[in-house]
Design a protein around this ligand. Structure first.
Ligand SMILES: CC(C)(COP(=O)(O)OP(=O)(O)OC[C@H]1O[C@@H](n2cnc3c(N)ncnc32)[C@H](O)[C@@H]1OP(=O)(O)O)[C@@H](O)C(=O)NCCC(=O)NCCS
Length: 187
């Protein structure tokens, strides 16, 4: 048994999706394409990529998250498809002392508006409550990112406040809206 209580990345299946282990070589181009796209990059602290090296750095970080037991990141794939990675999701920061974790997710814009992010994040948080002994799951969302806020609200997250200028990337400070979901479902 590893420190997670599991040794390999678990595979999660939903009605339309398979959340599988990311393949560092085969999925690199898809990762590059995701964050080279301004529509994705503008709502995250990553990208827009202009060089493959940047995708490789994020890929290395995903791998290190798992090996250092600080989190895990899945490839989002369609069940009825060629298995290619259309987005990613996972737990970025797992605080074992507080039994809390922060999530992140992103989806290729071609797939937006079909409930895919909702389905992926729902599966992931259910798995986290069950397998990581989490009591609290949180997400921070940039002020303009209504799409992401809606996904979280539909899943029962509460808007807990705004951390003013809580993030700094692309040479700017960004207000971060904090969303949280508790194991007991209280709001
Ligand atoms: C955030 C992000 C992942 C959300 O993707 P999305 O496609 O907008 O979200 P979903 O796939 O869950 O779609 C939800 C919408 O699809 C609609 N939908 C269509 N079919 C659906 C179905 N079968 N089930 C549920 N919703 C469905 C819903 O009505 C909903 O629209 P609404 O909120 O206007 O009612 C995506 O916008 C993204 O990658 N953004 C850039 C990166 C990012 O912001 N990451 C999060 C940082 S906090």
């Amino acid at each position: 048994m590893g420190a997670f209580g599991f040794e390999a990345m678990p595979q999660l299946e939903t009605q339309r999706l398979v959340l599988r282990e990311i393949n560092p070589a085969a999925d690199l181009q898809a990762l590059y394409d995701l964050f080279a796209d301004d529509r994705v990059a503008m709502s995250t602290d990553t990208g827009p990529f202009t060089e493959m090296r940047e995708a490789q750095e994020v890929m290395d970080w995903f791998g290190a998250l798992f090996t250092s037991h600080q989190g895990l990141r899945w490839a989002i794939t369609m069940r009825e498809g060629d298995g290619s990675m259309i987005g990613t999701c996972g737990f970025n920061i797992w605080n074992r002392r507080n039994n809390s974790a922060e999530i992140g997710y992103d989806l290729n814009p071609e797939y937006w508006g079909r409930g895919i992010a909702l389905e992926a994040v729902e599966a992931m948080i259910a798995w986290g409550f069950e397998n990581m002994e989490l009591n609290r799951i949180q997400a921070d969302v940039m002020a303009h990112n209504d799409r992401s806020a809606r996904v979280l609200e539909k899943l029962g997250f509460s808007h807990e406040g705004v951390q003013r200028q809580g993030g700094y990337w692309r040479d700017e400070y960004h207000d971060l809206h904090y969303f949280g979901l508790l194991r007991d479902g209280s709001r």
